[in-house]
Design a protein around this ligand. Sequence first.
Ligand code: TRP
Length: 349
Amino acid sequence: MAAFKELVFSGVQPTGNLHLGNYLGAIRRFVEMQAREAQCLYCVVDMHAITVWQDPEALRGQIREVTAAFIAAGIDPKRSIVFNQSQVPQHAELAWVFNCVARLGWLNRMTQFKEKAGKDRENASIGLYDYPVLMAADILAYRATHVPVGEDQKQHLELTRDIAQKFNTDFGASITAQGHGEGFFPITEPIIGGPAARVMSLRDGTKKMSKSDPSDNSRINLTDDSDAIAQKIRRAKTDPEALPSEVAGLKERPEADNLVGIYAALAGTTREDVLREHGGAQFSAFKPALADLAVSSLAPIAAEMRRLSADPGHIEAVLADGAERAEAIAQETLDAVKDIVGFVRRKRG
Ligand code: TRP
């Protein structure tokens, strides 16, 4: 633990099918972070999932499926810590303390709550409202320094930073008295960006690719086989123009921009590089190139997910091992937090 300078934490909800947006915007970035000199923790956030009702049997399956996707995509559960949130009770425990630090006014500004609650706000669960506080607890239970997330999570990360700051200030004297020096919680850095920070629907370049879009052709699911991937790209909406030779030419062309962005992300390059090679090409030529690239990058992940899913015992062993290692770190934080806020703690061992 102490050997690493950075601590990376991120989470994915086990709700519905994972798609290309989850892969390029999150999971693939998680894999890349393993190359840094960092301890990485990747969490299946099942407690966040139940902020809206989930079918219990389906939830169990989806927790295993997200875990399989993590491993299939290249997260090494020996090097990184892979676990599901509900197995580590310190997340909920710290969330309570943070409930007493966060302000109503802060949560009232959260745009994701407003979107998810919709018009019928009175009928939203309290968990949905409190979601960002639990997320702050996820991150700060490990005093994570870096969090790779999609653009839509930026506001939640800012809330996490506000909570850390207010805790550090409110309990400043106690933090020092307990021997923790300045600032007990770090001010966590979000890592957002890359060519596919936002992957859009294949049917409408102005809408985000989403598990809840009624058209399955709007998204590439992580479990799609080669034929499905190629077909969805062939059918993707485009405009009649050829590809421009410069990025500026993608403006006001959301579908073209999205496909070029996906190509760049899968190839590990930039939009500029893709247009240097494919600028001037018609979609009739670009789409097959994109389909080949997508199939060669994604089909092996789908195959590995199928292989892993056939052995739920293995997945559960990975989660149990991850939970044990995660809990060891989180417990240290919780012990310190209890001392700092003035609880009388049961001393262990
Ligand atoms: N809210 C995140 C999402 O929907 C998931 C999440 C929960 C998360 N806890 C987290 C992401 C902690 C990063 C860090 O994508």
